[in-house]
Write a protein that binds this ligand. Sequence first.
Ligand code: PEP
Length: 247
Amino acid sequence: MARQFFVGGNFKMNGSVDTIKKIIGNLNNAKLDPSTEVVIAPPALYLLLARSELRSGVEVAAQNVFDKPQGAFTGEISADQLKDSNITWALIGHSERRTILREDDAFVASKTKAALDGGIGVILCCGESLEQREAGKTIDVVTSQLAAVKAKVSDWSKIVIAYEPIWAIGTGKVATTEQAQEVHAAIRAWLKKEIGEKVAEDTRIIYGGSVSDKNCGDLSKQPDIDGFLVGGASLKPAFVDIINSRL
Ligand code: PEP
């Protein structure tokens, strides 16, 4: 079965009640490719607003989730709380959290397990730094990030893998179609070898890193690119063109 194209919008720490209502109004009024699955990830404070304003058929993701169900964890949000609020996805392992907030592979894996156990789909981010790419370590870095998840998770059916080279995030420096396809194919080969053929066939592997309405068309034609995780451009009207990049 063909993998459904998936486009996520990561608003990061951007937006206000006013601007998020405008972005959502734009999505609600747009003609979106019905064969694309669309998920937006506003800051935690605006998750409920987004869910109540957004049309049905477009899902909402948290930008983070903690690995415990409840308790004395000030500032954190659990998978149960997301589920209770009708938030069905979470971003986990974004490079900004891995680097700025020092989240390591084991913690990312533990949060992924907690989200899945709580019934939340996971957009699992992985990717290398420029230094690691230049040292020829891209595939090793990405597969070891995924191997940490494999150690804790057996069901991959609710995971979307987002390959996001750190050097391409927010820099305007998009990976070439060849660079992105090469890593996506390597991730799929890793899934086949380490988890199984069906998981490799079924898992969406999306690309993130300076995706825009200008570069999404070529990227979307690559055989192993099943969609995008979009940062900056998800705040703009051009997000609709990215969602519709396969039309
Ligand atoms: C991201 O934050 O996941 C991202 C890909 O950002 P940008 O599109 O702005 O590079």
